[in-house]
Design a protein around this ligand. Structure first.
Ligand code: B12
Ligand code: SF4
Length: 440
């Protein structure tokens, strides 16, 4: 019986050690989904390195490695070790897709983007010829008839309280810094509502009352979201996702989103300065509306998680201090920051490279915690210093207590209050270790 070993690598911390956790709260869906596409006569194993140890003496015929952000470098190390042992190694996921020419130097095969067509073709090639092609690139044009993911591969592990379910893939917007925009170029595909519901029912059957709806902007199609929510309501589940903050402005949609059990959403508000937002090709996002939108969402009962970028050409030491005040004043329960990182392949990278403003090509440094370009109004070293400053500031005990414990909206939902406290202290620990407060 042939065997495939899927590996989701972890990343390195500043001290050179691998990031490990007791459990994973938000597992990715790629491998459980690919496992469901694997013919029944194949044996499948999944290792998620943040909780599992890698067995380099595996009897697997193919080792398939994921590439999310800077964890890719650990992935390449793992690939090298398996190659040394004569294994056939393949790679897929965002980073390998965007930088496929680089990835192809290290592995036997790279799958670019969606793998629904490519992956079965690759296994077939292996069975017929004992080997695979160096590159598979078969984009899909619809997201229909996906099999139910092999959730059993996740439930065997130490995972938290939710499982992932996919609604859409890609995004209708094309923000200059975004890997989704780079890969999907404005394409947004969504699954038929009933297929999404089928997966949610499976999650429920497995004993979970919460799921994470994977979609880069779940309000892209309000009609679709409304129908989906209407069908989620009878299932009595809780869910989280991410979307543009404009959800706050659609009262009817927000109401049904809440009724369907959504209690946590992540919003990319990027910056408190409009010029900075405009410079990221996101002019439809209005900084002047941030506070009002956050208030509406928080009052509706949604726990607001926001993502912000520092290091645009409009950032200064002062603007970063103002950003910290903005988080505090608006009692944002779950804030996250990244240094503007021009990932090769994105419009932002092309622009900065053309202007000779890239400081390094060492992709190991592209982890969102180090400045790798030359911003106009702040020195790169100062920006990196301010990144850790703002994280230390917002994840200080004083700020956590004020934003979370003294947050009246969170007290209406004690489980989200406890969840938010837990996440904040978790991020605080990561910041102390100088690791991006994200993996959880
Ligand atoms: C869930 C998630 C997480 C989870 C789980 C991570 C994990 N390791 O599994 C958490 C919260 C921990 C996380 C952390 C991070 N994430 Co994340 N995450 C996501 C999210 C929201 C969903 C991923 C998912 O399950 N998608 C559903 C599956 C079905 O789609 P897919 O992953 O694209 O997989 C398909 C294909 O790409 C392909 N495929 C994928 N992998 C492989 C591997 C092989 C071998 C093959 C053949 C095919 C293949 O097959 C699938 C079916 O077609 C995505 C956004 C997104 N839209 O995907 C971001 C995203 C992937 N994350 C991203 C980033 C940057 C990170 C972090 C680096 C953030 C940070 N600075 O810390 C960390 C890295 C953590 C780590 N060590 O791996 C970026 C990736 C950008 C890039 N250039 O690589 C994304 C795209 C978000 C974004 N908008 O920028 N993440
Ligand atoms: S709206 Fe979000 S997911 Fe869509 S392109 Fe912009 S940053 Fe990326």
């Amino acid at each position: 019986m042939p065997k495939i070993l899927f590996i989701q690598p972890t990343q390195y911390a500043d001290n050179g050690k691998l990031c490990k956790q007791r459990k994973i709260n938000l597992p990715g869906l790629a491998f459980p989904l690919l496992a469901a596409y694997t013919p029944a006569h194949w044996q499948v194993e999944l290792l998620i390195e943040v909780v599992d140890e890698i067995n380099f003496d595996t009897e697997a015929d193919i080792v398939a490695i994921g590439s999310m952000g800077h964890a890719t470098f650990r992935g390449l190390e793992i690939a090298a070790e398996f190659k040394k042992r004569g294994k056939l190694v393949v790679m897929g996921g965002y980073m390998a897709s965007i930088a496929y020419k680089e990835a192809m130097k290290y592995v036997d095969s790279v799958v670019i983007g969606d793998a629904e067509i490519s992956y079965p073709k690759m296994l077939q090639d292996y069975e017929e010829n004992g080997t695979v092609k160096p590159l598979y690139n078969y984009p899909i044009n619809e997201l229909k008839n996906l099999p139910i993911p092999r959730y059993d591969l996740l439930t065997k592990k130490k995972i938290g309280s939710m499982l992932p379910v996919q609604a859409g893939r890609g995004c209708t917007f094309t923000c200059s810094f975004c890997s989704i925009a780079c890969l999907y170029e404005g394409k947004y595909l969504y699954r038929p509502v009933d297929e999404v519901i089928q997966d949610i029912k499976e999650v429920k059957r497995l004993g979970f009352n919460r799921f994470y709806l994977i979609d880069d902007n779940i309000v892209s199609n309000p009609k679709y979201l409304k129908e989906l929510c209407q069908k989620i309501i009878p299932l009595k589940m809780k869910w989280a996702s991410q979307c543009i903050i404009h959800l706050a402005q659609n009262t009817k949609l927000l109401k049904i989103v809440r009724e369907s059990g959504c209690d946590l959403m992540s919003f990319g508000v990027e910056s408190i300065q409009q010029e900075a937002i405009d410079s990221l090709d996101k002019p439809w996002l209005k900084a002047k509306d941030h506070e009002k939108n956050i208030r509406i969402l928080a009052k509706s009962g949604i726990t607001v998680s926001i993502e912000m970028i520092i290091g645009t050409d409009f950032d200064t030491e002062d603007s970063i201090r103002e950003t910290s005040k903005f988080i505090y004043k608006n009692k944002i329960p779950i804030p996250r920051f990244y240094i503007l990182t021009p990932v090769p392949g994105t419009e932002l990278y092309k622009e900065l490279a053309k202007q000779n403003r890239m400081l390094t090509d060492d992709l190991r440094k592209f982890d969102g915690t180090q400045c790798v370009h030359i911003p106009k109004k702040i020195a790169p070293e100062k920006l990196t210093e301010m990144y850790w400053w703002i994280n230390n500031e917002v994840f200080s005990i004083k700020s956590i207590l004020y934003r979370v414990l003294l947050n009246r909206n969170l007290w209406k939902n004690p489980s989200m209050l406890i969840f938010s406290l837990g996440i904040n202290f978790h991020y605080r620990r990561y910041v102390k270790k100088r690791v991006t407060p994200n993996i959880f």
